[in-house]
Design a protein around this ligand. Structure first.
Ligand code: PEP
Ligand code: MG
Length: 581
């Protein structure tokens, strides 16, 4: 009899594969079972890697080009002490022998336990030594893998299972099509990891609590990313049932593609552009396949972190050019670097609260050279392609930031003279910008509402915290009211879109149509269903439903009204959708 577990379905799709268990200190480590006759080899690998690590740290001490201060020498000595610690070595060796696991995992386990003990000690100096455990672990793991190989090889048909997975690691490990599914203990639907999984069309379930302790490496599991259910230990009969479920879903996907050819419009002729959000330019093909009417937001931060340095102007130029080279789109929206928050930590800055830190435009204005380099690359594309790029500025909180950014944009443009080929917009995603939306909109050409962060900041609820998923509802009266307020403040003259995940929420669609938004930009996979639903709705009925929802006091009431409305109106799409609306 099979076992199943339900979590939050954050990326639709169905797959099966073998479990690859990941553990993450700072370097990701894979858990691999070994045979008894491999124990000697594994211990030998460990010893060689530890000796190499000791040599490296000793070399650092002796040959450093920088005059090392005594506290630096102390730290290096502490590193060597840990590396030479025979008790530590014997614990790791014992673990390899007893659990029959690879050296990387055994080492990681032992160091994680040791660092937990350090974390409980109140002494600040000792607490700081916690970081040393991570660095030592990383150094040995790097040496275990060999000098040039910083990652392990992922086999075909893998399902990544982790306690938590960062957006960067998700991109790093999932781009080669070998990873078929993702399961994590933590995380919610609007986390950046979920966004990446959706954009790569990889079925993913998050908030599965202790799944990383439950599943074993190599075990076969089925991931139902529609219902958010993972199933394992299936018997013969259940395997057959799973196979027929997979076929049903495949058919559903094929049928959905039919809708991709539709125009984004209501049945009474109101046009609402349905565009794609992408995180890497290789997603352009799937944006086209699913019927995107444009690129509504290219999140550039992943380009900035794909190497261990920021991209050069030339590298950015080559990348951005791809957006307009497909012959499908006459224009594209590039969002300037939104580093920080839960995506990528600020380099060189330790922030205790990164979501409220130096992210988005704040970072660009504090690092003008990086901002200008990005703008120069964009303007070179405008000049070469003679097509329009919409520059989108993230995390705006006040007018000063817009004015300053505009000045830098104007100044940079002087070298290119491409004013006819770009427009400027801002993401409204902070409560402050929402309040100031009318004044802000006077300084820009278009507005886009970033509902992911807007919800996080309006509701004071961390977007990555799965325990708050009920509170983080799109249907909270405060959320609907603030979106209406922004739209009213901006007025009908200015182009306004939604670029947060809420744009792909079928229940919220009548609200966006009724409020008169010009564009919805979303993960490519959701485009066909949203287009189909839109074609079955009338803008006049949607206006009425907006008013009904605005009178409601509770999220559950709004959700119920919208669910009933959609279930009554959306017949074609509903017939196809296996998962409940
Ligand atoms: C948003 O906040 O809604 C948004 C579009 O940006 P991101 O999810 O990248 O923060
Ligand atoms: Mg945002």
């Amino acid at each position: 009899m099979s076992i199943e577990k339900k979590g939050i379905a954050v990326s639709h799709g169905f797959c099966y594969g073998s479990i690859v268990l990941l553990n993450k200190a700072r370097t990701i480590v894979e858990k691999r079972k070994i045979k008894k006759n491999e124990i000697f080899n594994e211990i030998n690998r460990l010893q060689v890697a530890v000796e190499k690590s000791i040599d490296e740290v000793s070399d650092l001490k002796i040959n450093s080009d920088y005059g090392l201060k005594s506290e630096h020498i102390d730290i290096l000595d502490f590193n060597i002490l840990i590396l030479e610690d025979e008790i530590l070595a014997s614990e790791v060796i014992q673990k390899i022998k007893n659990d029959l696991i690879n050296a990387e995992w055994a080492l990681n386990d032992v160091l994680t336990n040791k660092s937990k003990n350090f974390a409980n000690i109140k002494d600040i100096y000792m607490q700081e030594r916690l970081a040393d455990f991570y660095y030592i672990g990383e150094r040995i793991v790097k040496n275990l893998r060999g000098a040039n190989d910083h990652s392990f090889e992922i086999k075909n048909n893998s399902i990544l299972v982790a306690h938590d997975l960062s957006p960067i690691d998700t991109l790093k490990y999932c781009q080669n099509e070998k990873v078929k599914g993702i399961l994590t203990d933590l995380g919610g639907a609007t986390s950046h990891t979920a966004i990446i999984a959706r954009s790569l069309s990889i079925p993913a379930i998050m908030s599965l609590h202790n799944i990383s302790h439950t599943l074993k490496p190599g075990q076969r599991a089925y991931v139902d990313g529609y219902k958010g259910i993972v199933t394992w230990k299936t018997n013969k009969e259940e395997k057959i049932q799973m196979e027929s479920l997979r076929e049903e879903y495949l058919l559903l996907e094929e049928n959905l593609l039919e809708f991709s050819k539709l125009t984004g419009q209501t049945n009474d002729g109101a046009l609402v552009s349905v565009k794609a959000n992408i995180e890497i330019t290789s997603e352009l093909n799937s944006a086209i396949r699913y019927g995107a009417e444009g690129i509504g937001m290219y999140r550039t931060e992943f380009l900035f972190t794909s190497k261990d340095r920021f991209p050069t102007e030339d590298e950015q130029f080559e990348d951005y050019k791809k957006l307009l080279n497909t012959n499908h789109f006459d224009e594209a929206t590039i969002r300037t670097l939104d580093i920080g928050g839960d995506k990528i930590k600020n380099l060189n800055i330790e922030e205790s609260n990164p979501a409220l830190g130096l992210r988005g435009i704040r970072y660009s204005l504090a690092n003008i050279d990086i901002f200008e380099r990005q703008l120069r690359a964009i303007f070179r594309v405008c000049a070469e392609e003679e097509k329009k790029i919409r520059i989108l500025l993230p995390m705006i909180s006040n007018i000063d930031e817009v004015i300053k950014a505009n000045e830098i944009i104007d100044q940079t443009n002087k070298d290119f003279m491409v004013s006819d080929f770009y427009t400027i917009g801002v993401v409204i995603e902070t409560p402050s910008a929402a309040i100031l939306a009318d004044e802000i909109s006077n300084h820009v050409d278009f507005i886009s509402i970033g509902t992911n962060d807007l919800l996080q900041y309006i509701l004071a609820a961390d977007r990555t915290n799965e325990n708050l998923s009920n509170l983080m509802s799109y249907y909270q009266p405060s959320v609907i009211k603030i979106i209406k307020q922004i739209k009213d403040n901006v007025g009908n003259q200015k182009y306004i879109s939604i670029c947060g995940e809420m744009a792909s929420d079928i229940l919220s669609l009548p609200l966006f149509i009724g409020l008169g938004f010009n564009e919805l930009s979303m993960n490519s996979h959701s485009i066909p269903i949203i287009k189909s639903a839109m074609n079955e709705l009338s803008s006049s009925e949607c206006k009425e439903i907006v008013n009904t929802c605005l009178d409601c006091k509770k999220a559950v009431e709004i959700e119920e009204i919208l669910r009933k409305f959609i279930n009554d109106k959306i017949l074609k799409a509903k017939n196809l959708m296996k998962y409940e609306i």
